[in-house]
Write a protein that binds this ligand. Sequence first.
Ligand code: KG4
Ligand code: ZN
Length: 365
Amino acid sequence: MGQTLTILGLESSCDDTAAAVVRQTDDLAAEILSSVVHGQTELHSAFGGVVPEIAARAHAEKLDVCVMQALEQAALTLDDIDAVAVTAGPGLIGGVMSGVMCAKGLSAATGKPLIGVNHLAGHALTPRLTDGVAFPYLMLLVSGGHCQYLITHGPEEFTRLGGTIDDAPGEAFDKTARLLGLPQPGGPSVEAEAKGGDPKRFRFPRPLLDRPDCDLSFSGLKTALMRMRDQVVGERGGLTRTDRTDLCAGFQQAVVDTLAEKTRRALRLYLEHTPSQPTIAVAGGVAANTAIRTALQGVCAEVGANFLAPPLALCTDNAAMIAYAGLERFKLGKTDGLDLMARPRWPLDQSAPAMLGSGKKGAKA
Ligand code: KG4
Ligand code: ZN
């Protein structure tokens, strides 16, 4: 029996307060002993987006509860933990600071090492936690705050092939829902509304397909939708159910087509770096969309790539991914001091040019 590492993880970079315990013995598969997530959707619902101050306050109030629940569910105490990992960025700064302060307190009180984790690394390393995927692999992050293609070479080694230059796709779904009077979060409501709709009735653009790279843009789709909605309302005095369904179907199809084509290009670029059988994994709430998943699966089938979508609870924000990314850092001998800083922006690929835009869910990196 070799080394067993047990890591407590904390996550509070957006609108989910989370704590989890992950354990790994030798190089065997890591195990999630507990994963607690307290969402804040109802706190922000009246405001049409995440309110950073409300989020930070709620994190500060809920983090210790989450930690206690995570330890209880894992049937462990702080004595059984080897290190405390925490999201140190990127994200909404108040929330990230709440988590970092809580983790520092736990580390100072117990003498256990502190590990600052990049939230995006948490997402990007999830396929290793869930499926033990070997490096390298291609990662597509598609959520309400992130959208990028990353080659994941190692726990701290990433190459960004491309990403959004403005809104994240989840943000575009959420804005679309708002424009059509559908409930938040917008992704599931737009997907449900799009069922049976005619995706060709309204002619949505396919942004940035005229550029050869795999950068994406979603803010134009929402503007296009607003214009089409206003035109129908202007001509007929309002929207019928069919109008709404067709608008949702057209919008969703534009996102699907754009992501499919850009993924094709990202895979091509990836194969130039790594000409072996590729694996592409997705993460983020938008990966829940059936039409998007099906299209990505189709693109992978074209080139014989493996397609991997972790279970939804581990695609969306959670602390198990932070504990696991912390575990990978800890195994490299990397820990942080009590001077660990919260970073609102923290790109995984430091050599890539900065991404533009900053949406409702905070800084994109
Ligand atoms: O990863 P996540 O839980 O949080 C972050 O944004 O970090 O993703 C939430 C986003 C929301 O914008 C939501 O509308 C979107 O994922 N989403 C979907 C679907 N389910 C959730 N978008 C499209 N289709 C869905 N079925
Ligand atoms: Zn996230």
